[in-house]
Design a protein around this ligand. Structure first.
Ligand SMILES: CC(C)(COP(=O)(O)OP(=O)(O)OC[C@H]1O[C@@H](n2cnc3c(N)ncnc32)[C@H](O)[C@@H]1OP(=O)(O)O)[C@@H](O)C(=O)NCCC(=O)NCCS
Length: 154
């Protein structure tokens, strides 16, 4: 629970990653309940990203189903876990699973034009930029729309 709650201490996780601000257990429990409701309702699934061979929680990676046959990914890492390819590997596994096991023809992502780390990660995996959604997350909060198709995943 403390690892999950700590996501809300990082400004980028709150601004870009959808983590609730704050680091109390109550925020972490709310987050877990929302993710479980999403899974039970069939709207998506949220995976914990853990250290290989251990159980330390490094981050989270979600696959949501916003429309029939469309997957949408969202993800965040604890600051100490960044810069070593952890999310490259985790996201590749989740997107591969979406194509191979769920049979989805498309996975999309929305990233702030200011979020270089996220845009670099998506490019590395073969996502293509499709356009800029202006004020998509509130006034002045633009998002770059990107997607990857099954034969494009790297
Ligand atoms: C987006 C976010 C998950 C990216 O984290 P990240 O650490 O840059 O991503 P990765 O784990 O894939 O690591 C890539 C980095 O590891 C390095 N790396 C080391 N070994 C690597 C490997 N085997 N494969 C890929 N990258 C590797 C890369 O060079 C890159 O470093 P750089 O940024 O200095 O060039 C992270 O910045 C984050 O949590 N941000 C806040 C929340 C957020 O923005 N969520 C996304 C909303 S759209």
């Amino acid at each position: 629970m403390p690892a999950l709650a700590a996501f809300g201490l990082d400004a980028d996780n709150v601004r870009f990653g959808g983590a609730p601000p704050g680091s109390r257990d109550v925020e972490a429990v709310d987050y877990l309940c929302a993710m479980e409701r999403m899974r039970v309702d069939g709207r998506g699934v949220s995976f914990a990203v853990v250290e290989a061979g251990g159980d330390a929680i490094l981050g989270a990676c979600d696959l949501r189903l916003p429309a029939p046959a469309v997957g949408e990914v969202g993800y965040l890492l604890a600051p100490a876990a960044r810069g070593r390819g952890v999310m490259t590997r985790a996201l590749r596994l989740v997107v591969h699973w979406a194509f191979a096991e769920l049979g989805l023809p498309r996975v999309q992502a929305f990233a702030s034009p200011e979020n270089e780390a996220s845009l670099a990660l998506l490019r590395r995996l073969g996502f293509s930029r499709e356009g800029l959604l202006r004020s998509y997350r509130g006034p002045g909060e633009d998002r770059v729309a990107l997607s990857v198709l099954p034969d494009e995943l790297r």
